[in-house]
Write a protein of this length. Sequence first.
Length: 192
Amino acid sequence: MKTSGPVILIGFKGSGKSLIGRALAKKLNMEYSDTDAVIEGLHDIFEGQKLTCREIHKKYGAEYFRKLETEAIKEALSSAYSVVSFGGGALATMEAGGLDASGALFVHLAVDKEELYRRIMKDGVPAIFDADNPRGSFDKLYAERAPGYERYAKITAQNTNRTPDEVVNSIITFMDKIPSAPRPRLTGAGHE
């Protein structure tokens, strides 16, 4: 594993990847990006519309969304020394596109399944769920995606009933045990 590769947060929608990603990047003094934000930016460039990922998926469909996501993932994987939050389905897109993630350190944010469903549904039924059976859609998608999260994760951090600081500190503790994991950039007097 390259020491300068990105730290990539993975997990199901609603697991806290964006919140924890920003906090982890700040604590490690690294750049931060979110593939969902990149997708939204690419869509704005291509179509001249500012839409959320949920709106893009609903209006333009899964195939178009996955094309944008592939480009966002390529950008993320080439980002040296950064923290990146992957969208919930990005691992499947990465695998389908045959993208090389060998230099990345994957961190899985695990959340209790019932809590995860509650978090997701508070914003309404997402476009990736069947509106007539959101719970069934959630359960099916969860079963499909969970093995990928477990397979790629070098670190799994629990994010149920914990503060962002607690989660970030647990990730850093695990990173300290991995010799090839990126280290914080030191700045200020005496440091470059």
